[in-house]
Design a protein around this ligand. Structure first.
Ligand code: ADP
Ligand code: MG
Length: 378
């Protein structure tokens, strides 16, 4: 993969694909600017190297047409503050301001973007002399601004994308052992590829979250009213058969009557959930056992919360895992939007080695799928 070390930016107009797909509240205020901050090393390095102009491409959400609520204006304003220089917002591809740093409007306002349209890519390429992709979070998509355009200009990875790819590849290729994978979240079918990848490579795979229930169901346990993905039961059975003793499931649970903050709560010693109850967190014995394995690991990859951590009554299992990540002296890597949100909620985001900015992209990389945005830079 070509990096900024291989690219001559001096005096050049640089087209930079960034991942500014940030969460906004209903006042269009950015609630978490981590992705914008994540691009700063690349943008600052390009400016230090004497780039003539930076022209940024990014997407926000999934607009149907030019819906104003998907404008990148808030991101451009936030970037202005962070860079300490004015960032001009260009309304469309035909009007590029002279400013040193220009943010183009949401690439998904262009119908050809998600189709990887070569004509649109040509229009992007005409804006600049060289191309840098720093949008790891969009690297698993073959879109005009992430894939097609990379072939039309001298191109390279930015520092964020470079670090993401190197860190995640490092886990797969040469991890400090024991290598522990912690996989949770809502649906087992989202994560089955990652589970299988880790069952091949890791020493221990710890399972939590609602995705436990297809496993428990396959083992013949009662799941009560728990969120239990029906299409997940067969893949879970298959993974159980192949997983051997690497695969660990919870031994106790915390259940509620419903998915709500004020619901009645009970601990279940064991994993059979009675009717009228739903399992919403792993229990204290499970989280203590998981924490011990994580603390002693050489490398940990964590994706997916252990329970409904958004509700305080069901946050303890995820908190315990997050604390163990912070205590672990090995390499600790977290991928996944909700897992990152949980870590931030507990104030532990800066206590892990690497917090990936790309949910889907990090999972696809771990699964061994080629990322089109990365392939285009090699
Ligand atoms: P990530 O974004 O980190 O990949 P996911 O999107 O797969 O994680 O899963 C996160 C969601 O799973 C959270 O909204 C959380 O509330 C939910 N969740 C986790 N455990 C449970 C559970 N036992 N029952 C219901 N929802 C759960
Ligand atoms: Mg999620």
């Amino acid at each position: 993969m070509r990096t900024l070390d291989d690219l001559d930016a001096e005096g050049k107009r640089v087209l930079v694909r960034v991942d500014f797909n940030v969460p906004l509240d209903d006042q269009q205020k950015i609630t978490d600017d981590a992705r914008i901050r994540g691009a700063l090393p690349t943008l600052e390095e390009l400016r230090d190297k004497g780039a003539a102009q930076l022209i940024l491409l990014a997407h926000l959400g999934r607009p149907k047409d030019r819906e104003p609520k998907f404008s990148l204006k808030p991101a451009a304003e936030r970037l202005s503050e962070l860079l300490g220089t004015e960032v001009a917002l260009a309304p469309d591809l035909d009007e590029v301001p002279e400013s040193d740093v220009v943010m183009m409007e949401n690439v998904r306002y262009e119908p050809g973007e998600t189709k990887n349209d070569p004509e649109l890519a040509k229009r992007y390429a005409a804006l600049a002399d060289v191309y840098v992709n720093d949008a790891f979070g969009a690297a698993h998509r073959a879109h005009a601004s992430t894939e097609a355009v990379a072939h039309l200009l001298p191109s390279a990875a930015g520092r964020l994308l470079e670090r993401e790819v190197k860190t995640l590849n490092g886990i797969l290729e040469d991890p400090q052992r024991p290598l522990v994978a912690v996989v949770g979240g809502a649906k087992v079918t989202d994560k089955i590829g990652v589970l299988d990848a880790f069952l091949e490579r890791a020493d221990v795979v710890l399972i939590g979250g609602a995705m436990c229930f297809p496993f428990f169901s396959a083992q013949g346990h009662e799941v009560g009213d728990s969120l239990c993905e029906a299409e997940g039961v067969e893949p879970a059975r298959h993974t159980l058969e192949g997983g051997g003793d690497k695969l660990r499931l919870p031994q106790d649970l915390v259940a509620g009557r419903e998915f709500a903050a004020d619901t009645e709560v009970r601990e279940i010693d064991g994993v059979d959930v009675p009717d009228g109850w739903m399992g919403l967190d792993i229990g204290p014995a499970s989280s203590e056992a998981y924490a011990e394995v994580i603390r002693d690991a050489g490398t940990v990859f964590w994706n997916g919360p252990m329970g409904a951590f958004e509700l305080e009554s069901f946050a303890a299992g995820t908190r315990r895992v997050a604390e163990a990540m912070a205590e672990c002296e090995g390499t600790t890597v977290v991928g996944g939007g909700d897992s990152a949100a949980a870590l931030k909620q507990f104030g532990l985001a800066d206590r892990v080695t690497h917090l990936s900015t790309g949910g889907g992209a990090s999972l696809e990389l771990i699964e061994g799928k080629p990322l089109p945005g990365v392939e285009a830079l090699t």
